[in-house]
Design a protein around this ligand. Structure first.
Ligand code: FES
Length: 501
């Protein structure tokens, strides 16, 4: 099932693919929320911009987001003050708070119909009030209006909640598609079904053509160039799961558990009815090998709302940086006219707006020097709270070296229909999926990005890379970067044919 935004936004006429040579001032790789906002801002300043989107505008992470427009990013501000100091924490708070207002202004100015509504955002706790009190104090020190509440409209008892008033929610896909049309009206060119496969200095290569640009923005979720930049050493990807339910009382606020991976709630309009989006989990990509996440989420929903009915279910992948702050700025010291926005740590709505403002200012030569910014992609210091670093590096290394669980080829017929597994044949390992009709789909088991062994995700029926989160469909088509090629292109047909026999 697709997300409710994707279900609501069907029937869009596809745009043209890039064909041949194209020249422009700025090229944005990625037509999600960040890429389209950046293209809009650049075009607004008179910079001739094109967008290269691998699939369709908003079809990636944007279409799977919960659409909360808020500067409340879980419990983050006490940690930011602790790790980065008050000045940089204030920059993050100020820019993300300003982003909420920027959405309101932009939606009004362009008359965008995207179910935008003001609401309060809450972090709730069922584990005492200490962390909420600390966060409330930190938020206030940074100039954010933050209020502690004792009760909420949630269907269970909480110890309390931290409220940020005057936040908002919307349909992120309807917004992105409408803004893309506005950018085009101002002169931007958007190519769809145009996956970037490589770059050479200021030239971008796709299967059907090339783009030459004076400025290149990587807004493609995960940066696709490994060196320079080395983002693959300092970012991982995580998958969360969502269900949309009817027959549930509407909530005016948006809510998230203070515990990472706990339940998140928001109501949304879907056709003629209100539905509740319930989301949870932070599973590292390639680690959901047992599956059952949708079943667990639905079971949790039915305990809270016995009469609820499933409308849609979907999952989405987010990039996480080691210090949990996005990288927004110049791609690397060696590439002064390449720019990047990535690692939004699940809070991509306001950070996309921050990125669009920051990157367009850099390109216009208006931004202050980057070194002092909390978003500076070149930053690297060991922070007291950088507990994820060892885990992230360890996961990547384990993925490289991994002798993944595999079954011998003779046992292939024991693989249940609808399941995938790594299968060993003549000393080689293959990623094998057996479809509902019993047909076998054989692919290489190594990720084309940097060679880690893939893992099967039974919930979404995809192959996922535990190192940096590339994803592939059952026939090897690429679903998520940083890999830029699918798996089928690497298929050793001779071996695969033998295996199927
Ligand atoms: Fe990097 Fe697979 S995503 S090795």
């Amino acid at each position: 099932m697709a997300s409710i935004w994707r279900e609501k936004n069907v029937g869009i006429v596809p745009r043209a693919q890039l064909q041949g040579e194209f020249e422009t001032e700025a090229a944005v790789i990625g037509g999600g929320l960040t890429g389209i906002l950046t293209a809009y801002r650049l075009q607004e300043q008179g910079i001739k911009t094109c967008v290269l989107e691998a699939d369709a505008v908003g079809s990636g992470t944007t279409g799977g987001s919960t659409g909360k427009i808020t500067a409340q990013h879980g419990l983050i501000y006490a940690k930011l003050i602790h790790d980065f100091g008050r000045a940089q924490a204030r920059e993050y708070a100020r820019q993300n708070s300003a982003a909420v207002e920027a959405y309101a202004r932009l939606i009004e100015k362009e008359g965008i119909a995207c179910d935008f509504a003001r609401c309060s955002a809450y972090v709730y706790s069922r584990d005492g009030m200490a962390a909420l009190r600390e966060e409330a104090e930190a938020a206030k020190r940074l100039g954010i209006d933050a209020v502690l509440a004792e009760v909420t409209k949630l269907p269970f008892q909480v110890d309390g909640a931290l409220c940020f008033p005057e936040q908002a929610r919307f349909d992120p896909l309807a917004f992105t598609r409408a803004l893309a049309a506005c950018a085009e009206r101002m002169g931007a060119t958007i190519f769809e079904k145009t996956r970037v496969t490589g770059l050479e200095d200021m030239r971008i290569f796709a299967a059907q053509g090339t783009v030459k640009a004076k400025h290149i923005v990587f807004a493609c979720h995960y940066p696709i160039v490994n060196i320079p930049g080395y983002y693959f050493l300092r970012m991982s990807q995580q998958r969360s799961f969502a269900v949309a339910l009817r027959g549930v009382p509407s909530l005016s606020g948006v809510y998230i558990d203070q515990q990472q991976g706990g339940l998140s709630f928001r109501s949304a309009r879907f056709g003629e009815e209100d539905v509740l989006i319930l989301a949870a989990y932070d599973v590292r990509s390639g680690k959901n090998t047992v599956g059952g996440k949708y079943r667990e989420l639905l079971s949790a929903a039915r305990k809270l709302y016995p009469d609820c009915e499933l409308v849609a279910q979907w999952s989405e992948q987010d990039c996480r940086t080691v210090d949990e702050v996005p990288y927004i700025g110049r791609y690397s010291a060696e590439t002064p006219n390449w720019y990047v926005a990535t690692g939004f740590n699940k809070w991509g709505i306001t950070n996309a707006m921050v990125a669009a403002g920051r990157l367009s200012s850099l390109i216009m030569g208006e931004a202050a020097e980057e070194e002092e910014s909390i978003y500076n992609p070149a930053r690297f210091k060991l922070l007291p709270s950088m507990k994820n670093l060892a885990g992230d590096a360890g996961n990547a290394l384990a993925g490289f070296a991994k002798a993944a669980f595999s079954i011998p080829a003779e046992k292939l017929t024991t693989l249940p229909r609808g399941e995938g597994s790594i299968v060993e044949h003549a000393g080689e390992k293959y990623a094998v999926y057996r479809d509902e009709a019993g047909e076998t789909h054989v692919l290489p088991s190594r990720c084309p990005h940097l060679g880690c062994r893939l893992e099967w995700n039974p919930d979404d029926r995809t192959w996922e890379c535990p190192c940096h989160g590339s994803r592939f469909g059952i026939d090897g088509e690429i679903l998520s970067e940083p890999a830029v090629h699918g798996l089928a292109q690497e298929k050793d047909n001779a071996c695969a044919d033998q295996l199927i026999k």
